[in-house]
Design a protein around this ligand. Structure first.
Ligand SMILES: C[S@@+](CC[C@H](N)C(=O)[O-])C[C@H]1O[C@@H](n2cnc3c(N)ncnc32)[C@H](O)[C@@H]1O
Length: 259
């Protein structure tokens, strides 16, 4: 945590991709990345993953398991960006399923609001600006908390996990979809080649920005391995912490319960 009382800060740095930067500098750089890519964000996800991100998100939605009946069910989707996960949860759930998207970036939220309105889901899905490290919501208000491809962008991951724990009701579930570590021999080399060559080139061609997508790849490589991330979730107070890897470890889905 940063020093607040003039004491020397012993952990002032984090990483922006492979670069060591201050915690606040990282957030500013991440914001800049998503300001730039927001208009092409959803298209780029399809192109980069060959559509696989849709399958990964559907697996997340199945795990959230929103009720199909009229039972009220409240979900908070943090770093929810253009609402891709929130809209899927709202479509899978009943009429009383409500999803709040919270994201730090207004450009991403603006696109999300338009998408929700176009699909007639703007009563079920609402969009709020806020920082994952300090969520602008009261305690224990949600049945599920989700974050997809967002946590590695947050400078103070422990603070974000503590916030999820605070805002879930007892019996509520935390679910995190994030890029992980490919350990399958052969697939790892292919994945490295694709990540460091194809993705930045796609970023340049489609979103006009190779650097933003180089950051994406580097930040994936720096993210903790599944067991280490599970330990962080448990340290935030979650119980029965679990994970499953998808697509040979390209992605992991972690979960934990607030009991
Ligand atoms: C890769 S996008 C993921 C968007 C969406 N969850 C999805 O899966 O399509 C990462 C998102 O994290 C958001 N973000 C980065 N830092 C954040 C923070 N500290 N608090 C909230 N959102 C943050 C970015 O603005 C961006 O919209």
């Amino acid at each position: 945590m940063p020093a607040t009382n003039g004491a020397p800060d012993r952990h002032p740095d984090t990483h922006f991709g492979f670069r060591t930067v201050g915690l606040d500098a990282k957030q500013a750089m991440v914001d800049d990345v998503f300001d730039k890519v927001a208009p092409r964000y959803d298209l780029m996800n399809d192109l980069m993953s060959g559509g696989l991100h849709r399958i990964w998100k559907d697996i997340l939605v199945t795990a959230v398991n929103p009720p199909r009946n009229a039972r009220p069910f409240a979900v908070l989707d943090v770093a929810g960006g253009t609402g891709d996960v929130a809209l899927r949860i709202a479509e899978a759930g009943g009429a009383a399923t409500r999803v709040t998207v919270c994201d730090i970036n207004e450009e991403m939220l603006a696109i999300g609001r338009q998408r929700a309105a176009r699909r007639g889901l703007d009563r079920n899905v609402t969009f709020t600006a806020g920082n994952a490290e300090n969520l602008p919501f009261g305690d224990r208000g949600y049945d599920a908390g989700t974050i997809a491809f967002g946590i590695r962008n947050v400078p103070r991951i422990e603070a974000a996990l503590a916030e999820f724990h605070r805002m879930l009701r007892p019996g509520g579930r935390f679910l995190c979809l994030e890029f992980s570590t490919v350990d399958v021999p052969g697939l790892d080399a292919l994945y490295d080649f694709y990540s460091f060559n194809v993705i930045p080139a796609l970023g340049r061609a489609v979103a006009g920005d190779a650097e933003a997508y180089r950051y994406l790849v580097e930040s994936i490589r720096r993210f903790p391995r599944p067991q280490a991330f599970a330990d962080m979730i448990a340290a935030a107070g979650f119980r029965r912490v679990n994970w499953r890897v998808l697509t040979g470890g390209v992605v992991a889905l972690h979960s934990g319960w607030r009991l």
